[in-house]
Design a protein around this ligand. Structure first.
Ligand code: GCU
Length: 646
């Protein structure tokens, strides 16, 4: 058992995974300092302690230690202090959360020469927030572990009638948030937002916000240990101090009532969620452009459901991305948003947008700015990639393989680009572990809370290339039910695999009978014939058979090319090979009965430690249609021409 650091007596120490020397993955240990779990000569006490630790770990894993006090949607429209910028940092290589026994989040300073404080945030170096640490400092490029960040700030007119939350757009992978030396919460998940209340810890001057981030990969995380993308660590999206009234609208869900649409009427239904003890009896919803100004009753629990007539409402669509200014108020709180209203559903093999069949001309995308070699986090990053997708002729993007930054979803609303969103339930997940299912539900709830009101988002995907073992089938079936229970306004899909195991399998008919397809609205599958097995002309002999009368999306296909490498079409890694592969693949998929869309893999080359072929990959997955320097490859124009012909 590794000795744990112990702060001053009575301190609660919150250690990072594995810090208790436990081989068991992701044991988050939180215990009274000075009473830390050590092997005891008294086996009974030791056994009791082990049981307690296991319970703690389970609670930690299923988020009961996850302290997400309350989800705060649309922080951009609230009174908030931007805490982005240069933050001090300390590397906590041994994950003891303290140096010399003093927890870093205490922000201690040596008072005199005898004082044993063996770190100094005041004199530390800095990292930009938001931004992964990996390409900001050479020594952090491949670092996986714990870093403590610090930001100091003052609060003007700190008010007793207000409440304050630290809001983080995302931190990969586990974040421990502390303010003025007190732990206020812990969040697991590298791609969804979270907020913790700090009202009772805030002061007017000299606040120190210290956030510990650990991007270790573990078997019971989401994703698990191996992915084909770079494990960017750190505070990767915006941080802000959000100020709200004592009782406020923390979340709200509005959508077009699809039943009334069929009758020609237009009604908006939904609900608000209020947080706080002084709940008003009513709330108000205004959509000035539609002449909507409704007062609705608020039930004692602080939530309220409503259904509002919205005559003359213009439906949102790629051709007409109409957004309405919506103003919600309750008590002293008021929040505004720009929301589009549409319906999405299926009928047999068709996907219907506002009741009309739509063909999804898509492309896959990672949440990365390749030029900056960093996670995307700004509106400019979103404009860059959505501009490329629009130039390609896309009306649809698969945001692979995890929730992307919120800017891209909001910009897609403005530009009229439909979106597929997903959690990284990717390859090998610890499917038999109930705590992992709870994590998936918690993270999906955060994603749906964040994006429910985004018209562009039409599909929630629940898995990518996962083996059809019983535990996975049960896990995904439960997750699909859970998602539908909190959002029945969108479609559910998953990127599945064919029945035939091998790449380039000789069968002329590829069959799909993945049991999870029963639970999906849209069947999707990845197929790399011509790249992983076979040559592109093998595509000419293939057809596809699905056991379901449902729409089909090809959620991945493609091959690698180094931009600027030219040769004949049989020269692997040349632009000509990739272009030929696209020609043959598109002709093959075009024959599918019920083909409702395509999202080829992938718009832009992206970083991956799995891709180390010297002078060709050099740490990049080269299946992009555009290089990491923004240069288009020949296949870009093959796909562009195909979409123009659809
Ligand atoms: C898989 C996987 C992607 C990966 C791609 C590839 O299908 O879903 O994440 O990058 O294939 O091999 O490039």
């Amino acid at each position: 058992m590794r000795p744990c650091s112990a702060g001053p007596q009575g301190d609660r120490i919150w250690l990072f995974p594995g810090a208790d020397g436990n081989s068991n993955p992701d044991t988050i240990v939180s215990f009274e300092a000075g009473k830390f779990p050590v092997e005891s000569s008294k086996p009974l006490q030791y056994m009791i302690m082990r049981i307690c630790l296991s319970i703690l770990s389970l609670l930690g894993s299923i988020g009961l230690l996850q302290g997400q006090d309350v989800f705060i949607s649309n922080p951009q429209s609230r009174t908030a202090t931007d805490l982005n910028g240069k933050w001090k940092y300390v590397i906590d290589l041994y994950e003891t959360d303290g140096m010399g026994g003093m927890p870093v989040y205490r922000n201690a300073r040596a008072r005199d020469k005898t004082d044993r404080v063996e770190y100094s945030l005041d004199d530390a170096q800095t990292l930009w927030v938001p931004g992964s640490w990996n390409f900001q400092k050479p020594e952090l490029t491949y670092f996986e572990g714990a870093v403590w960040y610090r930001r100091t700030f003052d609060v003007e007119d700190l008010s007793a009638n207000k409440r304050y939350f630290v809001y983080v757009g995302a931190a990969n992978y586990i974040a421990t948030v502390t303010l003025n030396g007190e732990i206020v919460g812990r969040h697991e998940g590298g791609f969804t937002p979270f907020a913790f209340e700090v009202t009772d810890h805030l002061k007017e001057e000299g606040n120190f916000l210290i956030i510990g981030v650990n991007n270790n990969r573990r078997a019971d995380y989401i994703p698990a240990k191996v992915t084909d993308w770079f494990n960017h660590g750190g505070i990767t999206r915006d941080v802000m101090l959000v100020e709200v009234p004592e009782t406020f609208i923390n979340n709200y869900f509005l959508s077009l009532d699809k039943e009334t649409l069929k009758s020609g009427a237009r009604r908006i239904s939904g609900k608000l969620e209020l947080n706080g003890s002084h709940r008003p009896e009513t709330a108000r919803i205004r959509i000035p452009e539609l002449g909507v100004d409704e007062t609705i009753a608020v039930d004692p629990e602080g939530s309220t459901a409503f259904s509002i007539e919205a005559e003359n409402l213009e439906l949102w669509s790629p051709g007409n991305p109409k957004l309405y200014e919506v103003s919600l108020s309750a008590g002293e709180d008021r929040v505004t948003d720009r929301i589009g209203f549409r319906t999405i559903e299926t009928r047999g093999k068709q996907i219907l947008l506002n009741g009309e069949p739509v063909f999804l001309k898509g492309i896959c995308l990672h949440d990365e700015n390749p030029i900056r070699k960093d996670r995307a986090h700004s509106l400019d990053d979103a404009r860059l990639v959505l501009g490329w997708a629009q130039e390609l002729g896309c009306n649809f993007i698969r945001l692979a393989h995890y929730p992307h930054q919120e800017n891209i979803v909001r910009l897609a609303d403005e530009m009229g680009i439909l979106l597929w969103e997903e959690l990284p339930l990717y390859w090998g997940i610890d499917w038999g572990n109930p705590a992992v299912l709870e994590k998936a539900k918690a993270q999906y709830r955060e994603l749906i809370n964040r994006d429910f009101n985004r018209a562009s988002s039409i599909i929630w995907s629940i898995a990518n290339e996962t083996a059809t073992i019983p535990e996975r089938n049960a896990f995904l079936s439960s997750l699909a039910d859970f998602i539908r229970s909190i959002d029945d306004t969108r479609l559910i899909s998953a990127a599945c695999k064919k029945d035939q195991e091998a790449d380039g399998h000789p069968d002329s008919v590829y069959t799909y009978n993945d049991p999870i397809m029963e639970k999906l609205d849209v069947i999707s599958f990845n197929e790399y014939l011509g790249w992983y097995g076979g040559l592109p002309d093998a595509c000419r002999e293939k057809t596809f058979s699905f056991g379901y009368d449902k729409p089909v999306i090809v959620s991945e296909f493609g091959g690698g090319a180094l931009q600027g490498l030219h040769g004949d079409k049989l020269t692997r890694w040349s632009e000509e090979f990739q272009a030929w592969l696209y020609v043959e693949s598109l002709a093959m998929f075009d024959k599918i009965d019920g083909l409702a869309g395509l999202t080829p893999w992938i718009l832009v080359d992206f970083m991956s430690p799995l891709r180390q072929l010297p002078d060709v990959q050099d740490g990049w997955n080269r299946k992009g249609l555009i290089s990491e320097r923004g240069e288009k490859k020949k296949a870009f124009y093959v796909l562009k021409d195909y979409y123009e012909s659809k």
